[in-house]
Every structure is written in C-alpha cells, then in structure tokens.
Design a protein around this ligand. Structure first.
Ligand SMILES: Cc1cc2nc3c(=O)[nH]c(=O)nc-3n(C[C@H](O)[C@H](O)[C@H](O)COP(=O)(O)OP(=O)(O)OC[C@H]3O[C@@H](n4cnc5c(N)ncnc54)[C@H](O)[C@@H]3O)c2cc1C
Length: 477
C-alpha cells in the first residue's frame, strides 16, 4: 500500500496521455492504491492528433481515420470503453488500392502485402510494374538473406531485395508514406520489423509470404472477425470522448500549456505559467522537441537524445461531393502517389467507400494527404490554398470539376515523428537515461510505434511502471 496519497502528472491529452491516465486510474482502483492523477493538456480540446467532425452528414477525420485490429491494444480498449457496437468495418469487396502511374490509377496486384507479391499470377500480369521491374522483384527468391542484424533503411532493404522500381512504386509511397517520411532514412526494424523477420525466417520475402498463406490455408484458419482496419460510427473522437467520460478519478487542466518541468527532491515540479504543481511521478507524452526544451536545463545528454528524433509536417484535406459530380468510380480504398509523378499530394482515401456512413446519401467523401518529408512547406499554406491545390489535383486524377459541398483542411506542423535508422537503439538510450530520474516516464508516438494501438499499448505499459514505482519506491523505475 502507498502510505501517503501520491500524485502523478501526465502531460499531453492525446491518445497516449489519455490511455496512460485511464489504465493508471483503473489499476489504482483495482489494486486499491489511492493516487491523485492530473492530466495537463495545452490545447482547448483533448485528443491530440485524433479529431473528428460531423459536417452536414459527413464524418470528417482531421488526423487518423482508422486503426489496425491486428494489434490487440486498440480493440481491447474499445471493448473496455463499451464502444464495440459502434465499430465500423471496411468495405468487404471494394478493397483495391490504386497507384498513380503516369497520371493513371492502376490497382495494386491482387494479393500484394504492402510491397510483397502474395499471388504470382496477378503480379505477373500487372501493368503497374515493368517487365524488368518484375524480373528484379523475382530475384528476391534467390538473393541470400542479410547476414548482419544491423538496422537499415526501408529504401536500402527494399532496393536490396526487390529492386529500385519496388522502392519507387511501393516502399516510398506506401511504407514510408505511413510515416510521411523518406524511405532512405526510415528504419526497417523500427517501422516494419515484420518484413525484416520474414527475410530472416524464409530467406526471401516472396517465399515467406507464399508459405505463410499456404500455412494459413492448411490450418484452415478462420477469417478474422474484424477487418484489418476499423473506425467508429461518429469518428475516432468517440474514443477520446469515452475516455474522458471514464476518467472520473482524473483531474484535468485543459487549455493550459506546461511551460516548465524541473526535478525536486523527491519528484518533479510542473509549471503552467506562474502556477507550479508537485508530482511524485511524471509522464510526458508531448513531441520530443517540446519535452527536450523542459529537460535541457537539468539533463543535457537526455535532451540531446530527444532532439535526435525528427518530425515532419503534414496536412489532410477532406472534400465532400455529390456522387453525380465524380466521373471516376471510387471503387476502392483510394490511391497513393509515387514521387516521380510530381503531384502535390501524397495519397488519397476514398473515405465513403472505405467505411460506410462517412457521407450522406448520394454523396461521397474523399480525403487527401499532403506534405511529408518532401513537401513540408505545403503545410504553411492557408486552408483555402490547400483546398485549391487538392481540387486541382483531383480534377487531373479523377476528373472532378464540380465544387465540393464540404471542404475541410487540417494542418499538422511537426506532427509525424520519424523513426530513422537506429531508432530502436536511440529509444533504448532514452529509456536508460530516464532511469536516472526516478519517477520520470516518457511515452507516446515518438518512441515505440506511431499507430493508435501502439500508443495505447505504451500508455498501458507506462501506467504499470508508474504504479510499480509508487508501490515500491525503493526499486528503480
Ligand atoms: C494526419 C495523420 C494521420 C494519421 N493516421 C493514422 C491512422 O489512420 N491510424 C493510426 O493508427 N494512426 C494514425 N496517425 C498517427 C496517430 O494519430 C498518432 O501517432 C497518435 O494519435 C499520437 O498520439 P500521442 O498521444 O502520442 O500524441 P498527440 O496526439 O500529438 O498528443 C500530444 C498532446 O500533447 C499536447 N501538448 C503539446 N505541448 C504541450 C504542452 N506544452 N503542455 C501540455 N500539453 C501539450 C498536444 O496538444 C497533444 O494533445 C496519423 C497521424 C497524423 C498526423
């Protein structure tokens, strides 16, 4: 039992901060450990990158639009929050993803897993990849696996196994696209460990993928209950609203930016302007460049490690149209744009095809991603300029000339953390450095996974560490 009621402060009310607060609250109740929990959020709303709007029957997501079900932490939290009934699955049939190639939308060959052919015939027949490109990708069957376990970039990995065309068509727009980053800088091990493991286990990505499929077919594995990605009827902000409702033992300071953090003996003093609060344990979920500002004065080496994590800026633009004004069939989840196409956009989701209920009857919703490592400057533009650019691009690609009935732009400055080569080692160093400061915990998208389920997992693990420390203060965190 904790002798005297201890106080935990959590900085940041995005999904990482909120889930840390939730798990901490639930575990303290369960273990009968009374603790005070206070969450401090700078902006006037909770949710961080998660922000959904209902506009004239459209459900518009400014940041994330869905999360992956293969990582259990998202689905488990949804269940605990009582939101399972409100989950929405992706379209069961119209699942194609297109790639813009010389101005035309060409579907990814059937069976493709991000960049690895999972079915040979559709791959062989696809007009997307040149004959040379296909032959080079096929060499994956013969190229020996890498001997060293050293990290390498996504670009280097894919170039080595599948060739340059696969880098340009798949690795850059799809794999690096998830991070809005540069494939030649992003870490394979941190971002896509499954492919590095596939190579090590099977000596070839294609062989590994085919074997996996065969194995699944032989075992007669049941079809998963949920589609790979899911969202919520009223948008992902429902998670934030439900978390807020459940946080009945958490005090909140919303709209109060933290301005300073300093160690005290024991604990930490957290400043919000002239106000100072003491915490026995402190969880910081803010972007690392912000966290580094507070730590600079009392741990320069930790600050320097945090500053090594780079961020890029992105924007999303959502446009609603009447179906009759869209000449191109929206028969898929959307498309990605390789860099060589020279377009101002990175990718587009056909939101109202991907998920039901995103647009009112006889309307469609299209969402576009912009910015990222190569076009960060675009996020300095006004909403009107962003919308105008997207309309121009959609006119060229989808032939849409009509005015949208709804248009919303969201800019995300320095929002997407980049997991560069060596990221996992860097995070281990950050964690070791943190252990020198009892009661200090850094968590969130910058460290061990950017997806919503990853952030929830990190929040859960952090809450366990905090509770352990408060129960056994003599042991190291
Ligand atoms: C455009 C976009 C699309 C995405 N799409 C998907 C997707 O479809 N699926 C998916 O799983 N993931 C997606 N992601 C990633 C995912 O949304 C994020 O990684 C995740 O939401 C980050 O959560 P977080 O709590 O770690 O950080 P944040 O959401 O950034 O939360 C940090 C919080 O700290 C607050 N803060 C900052 N400074 C201070 C201060 N001084 N004092 C107090 N508080 C402060 C911020 O206001 C913010 O609320 C997307 C991200 C973006 C940008």
């Amino acid at each position: 039992m904790v002798s005297q009621q201890k106080k935990v402060i959590i900085i940041g009310g995005g999904i990482s901060g909120l889930s840390t607060a939730y798990f901490l609250q639930e575990q303290s109740k369960k273990n009968n450990v009374p603790i005070k929990i206070r969450l401090i959020e700078a902006s006037p709303r909770l949710g961080g990158k998660i922000t959904s709007e209902q506009v004239d029957g459209f459900v518009i997501e400014g940041g994330p639009d869905s999360f992956i079900t293969q990582k259990k932490w998202g689905m488990e939290l949804i269940q605990q929050l009582g939101l399972t009934e409100r989950l929405v699955q992706t379209h069961p049939v119209e699942k194609s993803v297109y790639i813009l190639s010389e101005g035309k939308l060409i579907p990814m060959p059937q069976g493709f897993n991000l960049m690895v052919p999972g079915q040979l015939l559709p791959f062989a027949l696809s007009p997307l990849i040149s004959l040379f490109g296909k032959m080079r990708m096929g060499l994956d069957l013969f190229i020996p696996k890498k001997k060293s376990s050293e990290d390498e970039s996504i670009g280097a990995f894919v170039r080595r196994r599948l060739g340059e065309e696969a880098v340009q068509l798949f690795a850059e727009p799809i794999l690096a696209g998830i991070f809005a980053g540069n494939a030649d800088k992003l870490s394979m091990k941190a971002a896509f460990p499954q492919f590095a493991m596939l190579e090590q286990a099977h000596g070839s990505l294609i062989k590994g993928m085919l074997k996996r499929k065969q194995g699944a077919a032989q075992k007669g594995q049941p079809t998963p209950k949920w589609s790979l990605f899911v969202t919520l009827e009223e948008g992902l902000s429902s998670i934030v609203t439900e978390l807020k409702n459940k946080l009945d033992h958490v005090e909140m300071d919303i709209g109060k930016p933290v301005t300073s953090v300093s160690p005290t003996q024991p604990g930490y003093e957290v400043g919000t302007g002239s106000e100072k609060q003491h915490a026995d344990a402190l969880v910081i979920t803010t972007p690392t460049y912000k966290t580094a500002e507070w730590i600079e004065e009392w741990d320069m080496p930790l600050c320097a490690l945090l500053q090594k994590i780079d961020y890029v800026s992105t924007a999303t633009v959502s446009l609603g149209f009447r179906i009759k004004d869209v000449p191109h069939p929206l028969n898929g989840f959307g498309f990605v744009v390789p860099r060589k196409e020279g377009s101002a956009i990175m990718a587009s989701t056909w939101s109202s095809t991907k998920f039901p209920g995103r647009a009112p009857k006889d309307h469609v919703l299209i969402r576009v991603f912009m910015g990222g490592a190569y076009r960060q400057d675009i996020t300095n533009q006004t909403d009107e300029a962003l919308i105008a650019t997207v309309r121009k691009e959609l006119q060229t690609i989808l032939g849409i000339k009509a005015d949208p009935v709804v248009a919303r732009a969201f800019r995300w400055q320095k929002a997407n953390p980049q997991y560069y080569v060596g990221h996992l080692d860097l995070v281990s160093k950050i964690e070791s450095a943190c252990q020198q400061h009892s009661g200090l915990f850094l968590t969130g998208a910058a460290y061990r996974g950017v997806g919503i389920p990853d952030c929830i997992q990190q929040g859960m693990e952090t809450s366990e560490k905090v509770l352990k420390l408060l129960l056994h203060p003599s042991r190291k965190s």
